[in-house]
Design a protein around this ligand. Structure first.
Ligand code: PEP
Ligand code: MN
Length: 368
């Protein structure tokens, strides 16, 4: 069986796949011509970076911090492209940024996490980009709302921008530790399901927030078949004017990429074993769904009984009892108790909702 995820997905003239991820690298911010050229020369020499990233206007949480070099940075990036030959991608957050990015023929643009949250901004950017055909990367919104992420891609697509990719940069969360932004891989899977042709690039730098975790997050991204990586690289990370803690040096990037390469799936025989194990999982999953059907039949019968005796739908004690019993069973079977409790919370929620619906219907027919 051939896994479709092994296929290549394209983003403008660039492509990414598990074996050959699309690598976007460069500093968080363009700080000086020397810094831009130094990183770009190293990346070019290493050979795997296809697109050079650098922030020109920086969205900072608090005022008074470095807000990007603006117009000067655009000049440095053009010089870099002429001298080094790497195409570049920059962030745009409003129509004015778009106008300036198009004027310098940026090779691609990205919409940042703080912009994707607001459909007004996204629409403004889409209108400003209309007719340009420039490839656009859309970072996930800061908070975990898939609709906003998909919505931004749809707004751009409707404006005639069809070279799109999504960037998973993690989500604001009080449970993010040890990361800066919580990775929500399941959101990427859902995005993949709903928009199968859109490449998904992982930004391990903004997920990690700490350079020691960048390699680990990159490996996870490759293991779950993301199409590429966007990594912040700085010649002297500790001195960086923005996101110092998460940037890595070019030589750390080379080592990281070599390790990912070494771990890339190659073994066809292994794939066959994996596929056959998955068939077993499919059987178990199918049994689980059938059991849930049986459970729902009982829930239905109970609902009818409750209606005919005018009994309440939800009994707190019964719910605590269920949780307790299944939690203990989970422990006996060496299953994570929290996992089983969470699972039953979902099962129970739908059962109660179902009974409430039955109750409402019955009451309605009685009243008629
Ligand atoms: C960035 O890439 O430097 C950046 C500001 O990203 P995000 O919008 O993901 O915070
Ligand atoms: Mn950054």
């Amino acid at each position: 069986m051939n896994l479709p995820a092994h296929r290549e997905r394209s983003f403008g003239p660039w492509t990414g796949s598990v074996q050959n991820p699309l690598i976007i690298a460069g500093p968080c911010s363009a700080e000086s011509l020397e810094q831009v050229l130094s990183v770009a020369h190293s990346l070019k020499k290493e050979g795997q970076t296809q697109l050079f990233r650098a922030g020109v206007w920086k969205p900072r949480t608090r005022p008074g911090q470095f807000e990007g070099a603006g117009y000067n940075a655009l000049e440095w990036l053009q010089t870099m492209r002429n001298e080094v030959g790497l195409p570049f991608v920059i962030e745009v957050a409003n129509a004015d940024h778009v106008e300036k990015a198009l004027a310098v023929h940026a090779d691609a643009v990205w919409i940042g996490a703080r912009t994707t949250v607001n459909p007004f901004y996204v629409q403004e950017i889409a209108e400003a980009l209309r007719g340009s055909k420039i490839p656009v990367l859309v970072k996930n919104p800061i908070h975990a709302d898939l609709g906003l992420w998909l919505g931004a891609l749809e707004r751009l697509d409707s404006a005639g921008l069809h070279d799109l990719a999504a960037v998973h940069r993690g989500f604001f969360s009080s449970h993010a530790a040890p990361y800066r932004n919580e990775p929500r891989w399941e959101m990427s899977f859902e995005l993949r399901r709903q928009a199968p042709n859109v490449p998904i690039i992982c930004d391990p730098s903004h997920i990690a927030g700490d350079r020691r975790l960048v390699e680990h997050v990159s490996q996870v991204a490759m293991d779950i078949q993301m199409d590429g990586l966007m990594i912040e690289v700085h010649p002297d990370p500790d001195q960086a004017l923005s996101d110092a803690a998460q940037q890595i040096t070019p030589s750390t990037l080379y080592q990281l990429l070599r390790k990912l390469e070494a771990n890339a799936p190659k073994d066809v025989a292994l794939q066959e074993v994996i596929d056959s194990e998955r068939l077993k999982l499919d059987e178990v999953d199918s049994e689980m769904v059938k059991l849930l059907r049986q459970r729902m039949d009982i829930v239905d019968a109970l609902g009818q009984l409750k209606v005919s005796h005018n009994a309440g739908i939800f009994q707190m004690d019964r719910w605590f009892d269920l949780l307790q019993k299944r939690g203990m069973q989970a422990e006996d079977l060496s299953l994570n108790r929290a996992f089983i409790e969470e699972l039953f919370q979902v099962v129970h929620k739908y059962s109660v909702e179902h009974q409430v619906a039955v109750y409402r219907d019955k009451r309605k027919t009685r009243e008629e």
